[in-house]
Design a protein around this ligand. Structure first.
Ligand code: C2E
Ligand code: CA
Ligand code: CA
Length: 678
């Protein structure tokens, strides 16, 4: 999916503050890197400088040595006889040496001169200093090599053995004086040469080298910095882009699911009962059709335009995110209860009614919105999102626009929805089973009818009771084939249970069927096909089913009653049907809701309610049945209250067709006597 450029640019400009903070951290790291990398560069420079300095000194000493050798050969050797020198120099030799020394001193070439014999002892000194004193280096020189060292010239101090650094820097050299004929040493010349001129020579070269070295290192360091600066800039941009992509939808540039979750978590943490946060899910209706007919590229363009329009409808503190596909999420923080959430979300939904023009084609989009409130409907994002999803699903099914989650919606949870998806096959593949529960006539003590109760023998989950799949199925068309199956199976099974042809069978009818105009005809046909007379069939209808579409329900019931069927009002007392309304319907039986009957056991007031319902039912001409009879006490109470029919575990649990036959010979009297005894 290619992001349209406008969106891409806009989103790269407004980087969130967290990323800006990240950039300043990288800058600080870079400065640290610059300083740290300077240290090894400086260290390298220092070592290189020290090395070149040492080399320069060695060169200076070598130069001093060659000057000393030259002086010994050219100036001193000619002043001496061609034989090893001793302390007994000839006066002519001393004079010649004096002259040479004076000349050299005058020219500044040699600062101090002494001649030593081959044992290293001084035999000549122009100042007559240290005659006869020994020096190890001189002895080494007497063997043919020149010894040099860098020192300071301080005649007195040096001779006195004191190491006070005074006087100019000099090269102290010991070099053999060679015989002109044999080239063998005849003595040793000890000479002190001024170091300054040598150093000047070397220093200029060395300085140039040092400057070149420093400049080179500096250039190296700057180049290193440049490379790492550009590298870290590129990495930073990459990291910013990655951080951006991790939190945004690539197509619309809106926050993605990850960022949505973060925002939702913050809003939920700050939410209170009076100022809750709303977590909403928006799902487009029939977007798949648009995608399929106009192509994915146009579908994408529609999503981008849509996201832009929707984001204009939320406040700055709210979040509009794309959760994926055609699903968007909204976090509204601090709303004033569900009505404000409905208002804002309806406004968002209404914003879609203006057509979007894609490829010159005006497209209208509708959306279903579900939301849940924190903390009322859930404390964690997972729960809230699931519940908002359920509410959205309800909105979609019932074309309600915006729906606030209600606990009843839980029947749409994932497992139930999978079950519902499988139910169609289950009906066709005969996975449904009917159980029958006896309804016992108090006066005759005999089973008068059986109620057919559906179960689902699920291949994986085992036997399922209606609570697991019926409430959800009742929201779908599937309940219609289910009711048809139950009715057909019940009337077909009835002769096998009771060949005498006296037993009635009760079948439960859903609200949806009741509201369908053709339902009555269908029932009449199915029962006629079975050969069972309609008088034996009791249709149980709940109060709530009657109330969902009263005129239609009344029409259906009238048609069925005219065909001979008996109508029973199931779960009576649970709803708010007025007895006046019931009196106008062709009803023949009231079944008191088992909640009241079960509660009779421990609560006198409930017993009173049950008694007065029985009385009222009788006064309107209805047969009254009590279901949920579990204990002998309750049974006795109902008998005393003149209840007509009883149904409950005490009298017989719902059982399959075969087993229920054994329950038909039930002796109510023995149960009654048990009740009397207790
Ligand atoms: P209902 O019509 O009120 O059915 C009576 C329910 O009470 C049955 O539950 C039955 O097993 C239970 N019951 C019977 N005696 C006692 C008792 O002594 N104590 C207690 N605690 N419960 C007792 P079941 O079979 O789970 O059915 C639940 C509901 O499912 C039924 O309530 C009915 O509304 C619906 N239903 C069952 N079969 C069908 C059907 O074929 N079609 C339609 N539309 N609804 C059905
Ligand atoms: Ca029933
Ligand atoms: Ca009932």
């Amino acid at each position: 999916m290619q992001a349209p450029t406008g969106v891409a640019d806009a989103r790269l400009m407004g980087l969130p503050s967290r990323q800006v903070a990240g950039a300043s951290t990288t800058r600080r790291l870079f400065v640290i890197y610059a300083v740290v990398s300077l240290v090894p560069v400086l260290l390298l420079g220092t070592v290189l400088l020290a090395l070149t300095h040492r080399q320069a000194t060695q060169r200076g000493l070598a130069e001093g040595a060659s000057e000393a050798r030259l002086a010994a050969r050219a100036s001193v050797a000619p002043d001496l006889r061609d034989q090893p020198v001793t302390r007994d120099l000839l006066p002519s030799e001393e004079r010649a040496l004096d002259r040479t020394v004076a000349q050299a001193a005058h020219n500044g070439v040699m600062l101090r001169v002494r001649v030593r014999d081959l044992t290293g002892k001084v035999v000549y000194s122009p100042e007559h200093l240290g005659i006869g004193s020994f020096d190890e280096d001189a002895a080494t020189a007497a063997r043919g090599s020149t010894v040099t060292r860098l020192t300071w010239l301080n005649f007195d101090a040096v001779d006195a053995g004191a190491h006070i650094a005074l006087g100019p820097r000099v090269v102290e050299a010991y070099t053999p004086i060679l015989s002109a004929q044999s080239s063998r040493p005849i003595g040793v010349l000890e000479v002190y040469l001024p170091y300054a001129p040598i150093q000047r020579d070397i220093a200029s070269g060395q300085q140039m080298l040092a400057v070149a070295l420093m400049v080179g290192l500096l250039v190296l360091w700057i180049a290193l910095l440049g490379v790492s600066a550009s590298l870290s800039r590129r990495l930073r941009r990459q990291a910013d882009a990655n951080a951006y992509l991790a939190r945004h939808d690539t197509l619309t540039g809106r926050p993605n699911r990850a960022q949505f979750t973060e925002c939702a978590e913050r809003a939920v943490a700050a939410a209170t009962q009076p100022r809750p946060a709303a977590i909403a899910v928006i799902d487009l209706d029939r977007f798949k059709e648009i995608n399929d007919t106009l192509g994915h590229a146009n579908g994408d363009r529609l999503l981008v335009a849509l996201a832009e329009r929707l984001s204009g409808c939320v406040r700055d503190e709210d979040t509009l995110a794309r959760l994926g596909g055609d699903e968007f999420g909204v976090v509204l923080s601090g709303v004033h209860g569900p009505s404000e959430a409905v208002e804002v979300l309806s406004r968002i939904r209404a914003a879609l009614t203006d057509p979007f023009v894609i490829d010159d084609l005006p497209l209208t989009v509708e959306a279903s919105v579900g939301f849940a409130l924190a903390p009322q409907d859930g404390a964690d994002i997972g729960t809230l999102l699931t519940r908002a999803d359920l509410a959205m699903y309800v909105a979609k099914r019932q074309h309600h626009g915006v729906v606030h989650y209600q606990p009843e919606h839980d029947q749409y949870d994932a497992t139930t929805l999978t079950l519902i998806a499988e139910l169609g096959h289950a009906i066709r593949d005969d996975q449904l089973v009917l159980h029958f529960q006896p309804k016992v006539d108090v006066r005759s003590g005999r089973v008068k009818a059986v109620e057919a109760l559906v179960r689902w023998q699920h291949p994986v989950r085992g036997l399922l009771y209606p609570g697991a799949f019926l409430p959800a199925a009742e929201q779908t068309e599937l309940v219609e084939p289910l009711t048809r199956w139950v009715l057909r199976t019940a009337v077909r099974t009835l002769p096998a249970i009771d060949p005498t042809g006296e037993l009635g069978v009760a079948v439960n009818i859903s609200a949806r069927s009741l509201a369908r105009a053709t339902f009555a005809d269908e029932v009449i046909e199915v029962v006629a096909d079975s050969g069972v007379s309609p008088e034996r069939v009791i249709l149980e209808v709940t109060e709530t089913a009657l109330l969902s579409d009263p005129p239609r329900a009344a029409a259906t019931l009238t048609a069925l009653s005219e065909a001979g069927f008996r109508i029973s009002i199931d779960d009576f007392g649970a709803g708010q049907t007025s007895l006046g309304y019931l009196a106008k319907l062709p009803v023949s039986e009231l079944k008191i809701d088992k909640a009241f009957v079960l509660a009779m056991a421990g609560d006198a007031r409930n017993a009173a309610i049950v008694r007065s319902v029985i009385e009222l039912g009788h006064s309107l001409g209805f047969t009254v049945t009590a279901e949920g009879v579990e204990t002998p006490d309750v049974l006795a109470g109902l008998v005393a209250a003149d209840c007509d029919l009883l149904q409950g575990y005490l009298l017989g649990r719902p059982s399959d067709a075969e087993a229920v036959v054994g329950l038909l010979n039930l002796e109510l009297r023995s149960l009654l006597s048990r009740a009397d005894v207790s």
